[in-house]
Design a protein around this ligand. Structure first.
Ligand SMILES: [Fe+2]
Length: 210
């Protein structure tokens, strides 16, 4: 065996024998809270499951680009928050909320559920099937979120889509001065064909301030 090869083998052995590097866990970036806005449901829909693209009893699918949004709910130490409820609400593909305060009700896509609610699973994970949020006058695309974990914490916030030009000028998003905190609300949407042909998918992890 030549010397170089022997050193390589020794090097590899030393690497294997080295104790595993333990990285100190930095506290996670707490997901910033945002205004609830005026369109949280005044009356919950009959169907309020995690699939906003289909309304129970209707054959039609919602207009818009189907988008799977999922993530985990954790505390700032990274522990999974079990038993959390995650609610979302957003406007339909025409920019209309299912809310009497939105004066576009006649143009509303009644095949879009508009609001959904799920419990996290044993891994602290939630998932929704919805549509890619669209802009409406004065706002960049967003999905409203409300997370409640009894005895642990609550959070009301909004999720945004990476690359949307109006993110730069949206007053609600820009209100978050801390760059890391603001970026934590902006989610990249990728092709989600592994979940559903032609769909998009995005991952939005939520860190409660607890
Ligand atoms: Fe909104």
């Amino acid at each position: 065996m030549n010397i170089v090869r022997r050193q390589m083998l020794l090097g590899a052995g030393a690497l294997l024998a080295a104790p595993r590097l333990v990285l100190a866990q930095a506290p996670l970036v707490v997901t910033p809270g945002q205004t609830e806005g005026p369109f949280y449901p005044v009356k919950f829909p009959a169907d309020m499951d995690g699939d906003l693209v289909r309304v129970r009893g209707q054959a039609a699918h919602a207009l818009g680009k189907i988008t799977h949004v999922s993530g985990r709910v954790r505390d700032r130490k990274g522990n999974l928050v079990k038993g959390a409820t995650v609610e979302i609400w957003q406007c339909d593909a025409n920019g209309i909320y299912d809310h009497p305060g939105d004066n576009g009700q006649r143009r509303r896509d009644t095949a879009f559920q508009g609001y959904g609610r799920v419990q996290v699973d044993g891994d602290g994970r939630y998932a929704f099937r919805t549509i890619k949020p669209v802009p409406y006058p004065g706002r960049t695309p967003h999905i409203h979120f409300k997370v409640s974990a009894p005895g642990v914490g609550r959070l009301t916030t909004q999720m945004y889509v990476a690359g949307e030009p109006q993110n730069e000028t949206d007053g609600v998003l820009r209100r978050i001065r801390d760059r890391q905190a603001r970026d934590s609300l902006i989610v990249r949407l990728d092709p989600g064909d592994d979940l559903e042909a032609g769909a998009l998918k995005g991952s939005f992890d939520i860190v409660l301030d607890t």
